[in-house]
Design a protein around this ligand. Sequence first.
Ligand code: THU
Length: 160
Amino acid sequence: MKKKQLIIDIFEYENYAELNTEDQKLLKKAKEITDNSYAPYSNFHVGAAVLLENGEIITGANQENAAYPSGLCAERVAIFWANSQYPGVAVKSIAVIARKEQKFVEKPVAPCGACRQVLLETEKRYNQPIKIILAGENRVDIIENAQSLLPVNFDKEALK
Ligand code: THU
């Protein structure tokens, strides 16, 4: 038996002003798109903004459904839309934020397992790290790639 230890880096920022202008802009877009969330069941409005290698910014918001599992998280709405519109273009970064009713959450929102899997697939597809920017009302956590969010994962190698 051998023990393996995995360490992930999370860069914590105390406020948005500490971020570079590109990340600040992306976060602003993520915040704005929470207005297009359809979340009558949870009242948890999530916004995601994806920056592509070609400079395009694609945004998405969570879409719920009376049949609960039929809804989709903001991250996957944005990533799937980006991959559908620009199938050959790598994803550089994604910013995510959420608000309960009108108040943005204090603690940065962390993507669910399914969204991590989709982020990982996209990262591997374009062979380029996706910078993950998770925001609260003030604090921001930055994780340098999707692999760090899902270190022990299922991927295409397993299907060979
Ligand atoms: N949700 C997201 O859109 N992204 C996350 O990272 C966490 C959860 C959505 C799914 C559902 O519409 C609502 O938030 C409550 O779980």
